[in-house]
Design a protein around this ligand. Structure first.
Ligand code: NDP
Length: 321
């Protein structure tokens, strides 16, 4: 039995609690939070304060870290890895090498294992890009996201003065995807690959036209895309736009020989981004504990992990099946 602690209980933490119920080789020791444990409504798991984590060290094989990438994980992962094997879903792509170096140092110095940046992107998509580029080195890889809710873009909308609430969907351009699959060679700009669709609730008296203009011209977030802005009531937003679907496609098109087209496509269609991401974390938690048993201490990413380590089945059974 693998004994698991959930550190941080938001969307991802709740998803891990649910996923563990589908993995009979794993047992949940409890949820550890920085808030008062009695204020955290789990779905049955015992909740403890973070300060009690260390006292439970003997009962825990791996901590699944479910904090946010912006400010939680850069601090929590290196710190907790000093005492525990850990998994995280750190997704600030540009800072992964820096995060890896810090966690690797903590893990090697304290003989623990950490698998960082698991999830789907980074994570399963990274793995599929690597497979595709290694197998068809002359090809082109494109990643398309959506249709899905971008938390970052929704937050950016909510920060605009006069906006009460908002949801933003990233939508891939399916025509471009089909053309690439048909073997067309395309020079793609950011605008060609994705659309952005916004559902915005205005505060009373807010100027809709001015807010629309502010959205579509917002640098880094919307100005490089074709963006549609829809104003809706809070009731409509709550009813139709509060789920967290996401997904996307890694598409690699290449040739073998001179002209033989080959297409590799990996697609995820997720009704719940955090619940799926949580399920990836749980599978990699199994790998983490196996690496620790083999005393392969240090930090890893999904690119380092052999697939068999993810499975609850043993090597002989996997070969047979
Ligand atoms: P949340 O904001 O829901 O939770 C983050 C942390 O905030 C929790 O661990 C919790 O810590 C705290 N928190 C949660 N709810 C509350 C609340 N009501 N009041 C105060 N604090 C709260 O983030 P998500 O779980 O949605 O996502 C976590 C991270 O997962 C994201 O930052 C993202 O980087 C990553 N991610 C990665 C993906 C990938 O493919 N690699 C895909 C999806 C997400 P505590 O309990 O200690 O207070």
């Amino acid at each position: 039995m693998i004994n698991v602690a959930i550190v941080g209980y938001g969307n991802l933490g709740r998803g891990v609690e649910r996923s563990l119920k589908q993995n009979p080789d794993m047992e949940l020791v409890g949820v550890f939070t920085r808030r008062s444990p009695e204020t955290v409504a789990t779905e049955g798991a015992a909740a403890f304060h973070m300060d009690d984590l260390l006292s439970k060290k003997a009962d825990i094989d791996v901590c699944i870290l479910c904090g946010g990438s912006a400010t939680d994980l850069p601090v929590q992962t290196p710190e907790i890895t000093k005492n525990f094997n850990t998994i995280d879903s750190f997704d600030t792509h540009a800072k992964i090498p820096e995060h890896f170096a810090k966690v690797d140092q903590a893990a090697k110095a304290n003989q623990t294992v950490s698998i960082i940046s698991t999830g789907w992107d980074p994570g399963l998509f990274s793995l599929n890009r690597l497979y595709a580029q290694s197998i068809l080195p002359t090809g082109e890889t494109n990643t398309f996201w959506g249709k899905g809710v971008s938390q970052g873009h929704s937050d950016a909308l909510r920060r605009i003065a006069g906006v009460a609430d908002a949801t933003q969907y990233t939508i891939p351009n399916n025509e471009v995807i089909e053309n690439l699959k048909a073997g067309e060679k395309l020079e793609l700009t950011t605008r060609d690959k994705h659309f952005r669709e916004c559902f915005v609730v205005l505060e009373e008296g807010a100027d809709a036209e001015a807010i629309k203009e502010e959205i579509v011209t917002m640098p880094n977030y919307f100005s490089d895309y074709d963006t549609e802005v829809n104003f809706v009531s809070q009731e409509e937003l709550n009813r139709d736009h509060k789920a967290m679907p996401h997904g996307g496609t890694v598409l690699h098109t290449g040739t073998t020989g001179e002209i033989t087209n080959q297409v590799i496509e990996y697609t995820l269609q997720l009704e719940s981004n955090p619940e799926f991401t949580a399920s990836v974390l749980v599978a990699y938690a199994r790998a983490c504990v196996r690496l620790a048993k083999e005393e392969q201490f240090g930090a890893f990413t999904v690119l380092d992990i052999a697939p068999k380590y993810l499975s609850p089945l043993d090597d002989a059974t996997l070969r047979k099946e």
